[in-house]
Design a protein. Sequence first.
Length: 256
Amino acid sequence: MLAAARPEGRASGGEREIPLSAVVGSAAAGTKAADFDVNFLPVNKRLRDRWTAVYRAMTEGAGDLPPIDVYRVGDSYYVIDGHHRVSVAGALGRDTIKARVTEVKTRAPVGPEVDTLALLRAAEYARFLEATQLDRTRPGARLECSRLGRYDEILRHILGHRYFLGLERGHEPSMEEAAASWYDNVYLPVVELLRKHRVPGQMRGWTETDLYVEVTRRWLALGEAGEATGPRPALEGLLDESARTWWRRRRPMELK
């Protein structure tokens, strides 16, 4: 059904008031999405301070709040950023909320049987390929992200690579050239390191591209902290954290 819907990419729909009743889900990944139930009510006590601050800002004018960011698919909206604001606005009984809207275009109407998050990921990937032409310059490349927003993050990596490539060459390369160079000289070496240590098989639910993004994030963080940097220390940190998390999950089971 996803193929039939034919995601065609994304387009800015501008900033406007949208009905809260049409905000039906989250486009965020990981803990942010899990912090709220389907009605955008917080499910975690650690959210209390942040939720209260947003409530105060919305009721007392304690601070200017920016519009939320959403994807629009058909007549429904999915929150990218602004979960607390949606939650508070709903608790206050408001009918609308100000949002920056990104329209996700499809050639066919989206019905309830379509996996909307898969559709959004497909639209993000289509936009990424349109910008980089990586499917043309590197036909064998398959970059699969399981979480929304990661293709945009990778695109920023390519833009950074393009900048330094331009300094090295004395002229700015095309986006296609930069993307191909990034794939050959940055992405593939990290993925080969992941495969060498059999990381994809150890991290359930993570694709190789997800892991590339996470390793790169840690790589940059190590550099900012003045620590030993590079893909290998970043990977070691990821595996160490994963092992500790696994042990914490397993230990209570062993004590039963």
